[in-house]
Design a protein around this ligand. Structure first.
Ligand SMILES: [Zn+2]
Length: 186
């Protein structure tokens, strides 16, 4: 009965139907303790020598969580390792939120597009048939990389890693490119 109760409890322990399960478990505890239906509930775990069901479920959740934390063979682990090996960057793989995750959507969007060097720059827009030329005003192919690293008008002078760690000053730069009405990040 109790092992059935804990089956996948981590998924449903906050369900509004938990009281129905608890009613069954209370009956079981009454049966084990040999007490009658009207026995106050707080006696049941003590007399049946079974911890309260809600605590057992929380324990099951914690146990499962710890098991996952410690298991090095989970597919997500190898994915995380692959990510770290391949990207070699300071954005943690799922274990923590990426830096700047709580910035206003507009800034976060611009930040991510600069990070992956993929956005609506003239080059991309031209490829998609939405811009007449792929060039910036200086005649260079306007890719995101060009905007951020090369273009005399907009290039970012500090370390590009700042975008990965979302330093305040790199966020300010993104706002600056917006002030220049550079529509590339829209
Ligand atoms: Zn340029």
């Amino acid at each position: 009965m109790f092992s059935a109760d804990e089956y996948c409890a981590s998924v449903w322990l906050n369900s509004s139907h938990v009281h129905k399960v608890d009613a069954q478990l209370n009956n079981t505890m009454r049966m084990i303790a040999g007490v009658i239906q009207s026995t106050p509930k707080e006696w049941l775990p003590v007399l049946s020598h079974i911890p309260p069901p809600n605590l057992r479920r929380i324990n099951a959740l914690i146990g499962e969580y710890n098991k996952i934390q410690q298991n090095q063979n989970l597919p997500i682990r190898s994915w995380q390792q692959e990510w770290s090996a391949k990207q070699n960057i300071s954005i943690p793989c799922i274990t923590h939120e990426p830096p700047g995750f709580h910035l206003p959507r507009k800034s976060r969007s611009a930040l991510n597009r600069v990070r992956i060097e993929h956005g609506r720059c003239a080059n991309a827009m031209h490829k998609w048939g939405k811009a007449p030329t792929p060039f910036c005003e200086f005649g260079a192919i306007q890719a995101v990389r060009h905007i951020v690293k090369e273009c005399p008008r907009t290039a970012y002078s500090a370390k590009p890693e700042n975008f990965l760690t979302a330093t305040p000053e790199s966020i300010a730069y993104l706002q600056f490119t917006e002030c220049l009405s550079l529509k590339s990040f829209d």
